[in-house]
Ligand binder design. Structure first.
Ligand SMILES: [Fe+2]
Ligand SMILES: [Fe+2]
Length: 253
């Protein structure tokens, strides 16, 4: 049974705050010490709490660097424990595809931001629409997480992280829709306004979806594999995933 230790989260949150106010060697050492000895999920909850308290996610960079030092081996360890075709393996492979889309989105947005008018390069907006559709096509990926993986974690009392992941899915669904709609209407709409919306939305999606994928790959999935210690249950979960279906970009599907 998994329970998040509220006291430890409070202590960690305080250290993280201190760290963000100025990275002194002492604060860094203290944070590294706590981060190395803490459950990754608790760390993730503490990070989330700072964001809820009004901290800009970009400001969590110092912490992220330390966090990444500690977590860098988690994905490698996880991949060694699962076979191709395991539902977590498929989700990880899909994450790689989604990250490729995000790199393309970042590049295309940079090009769009240099334009003065739609007619300069209309083809960029056709590409942007196609990319927005690709990102929206990840819906089946998120459904498999929400309807198959998360409920099994929640049954084991791992509810904080799944709540955060569900919230992020919903938030990103809205932004993806805005991106697609703006790409569709920019030819007839106000170019400057639409361009600004594309810039803000693309940057938001790139940053937050990368961060979301990172948390799942390095924290949530390794936790899931530890918590769900039953090969036949994983096989049943895979069957439920097959029923939900896969994304157009899922390799081998
Ligand atoms: Fe997710
Ligand atoms: Fe995911």
């Amino acid at each position: 049974m998994y329970l998040v230790n509220e006291e430890r989260i409070k202590k960690l949150t305080a250290v993280l705050k201190q760290l963000n106010e100025g990275v002194t060697e002492e604060a860094r050492r203290e944070a590294l010490n706590i981060v190395s000895n803490i459950d990754p999920i608790e760390l993730s909850v503490a990070e989330q709490r700072l964001i809820e308290q009004g901290m800009n996610p970009q400001e969590l960079r110092n912490l992220c660097d330390i966090h990444m030092e500690v977590l860098s081996d988690e994905l490698i360890k996880l991949k060694k424990k699962i076979e191709p075709g395991h539902m977590l393996d498929t989700l990880i492979v899909e994450h790689e595809k989604i990250k490729e889309f995000l790199t393309e989105l970042e590049a295309i947005n940079l090009k769009i931001q240099k334009l003065e008018s739609y007619n300069e390069k209309p083809e960029l907006f056709i590409k942007l629409e196609a990319l927005a559709n690709n990102i929206i096509d990840a819906e089946k990926h998120h459904m498999r997480e929400e309807d198959v993986l998360f409920p099994e974690l929640e049954k084991r009392n791992i509810t904080g992280p799944t709540r955060i992941m569900r919230m992020e899915h919903d938030d990103l669904r809205k932004r993806k829709k805005i991106l697609k709609e703006t790409a569709e209407k920019i030819s007839d709409g106000n170019f400057t306004e639409c361009k600004a919306v594309i810039d803000e939305t693309a940057k938001y999606i790139v940053f937050n979806l990368r961060d979301h994928i990172y948390k799942e790959n390095y924290i949530l999935y390794p936790t899931a594999l530890d918590a769900i210690n039953d090969v036949s249950l994983w096989a049943q979960m895979k069957e439920r995933c097959d029923e939900i279906g896969y994304c157009p970009f899922t390799p081998g599907k």
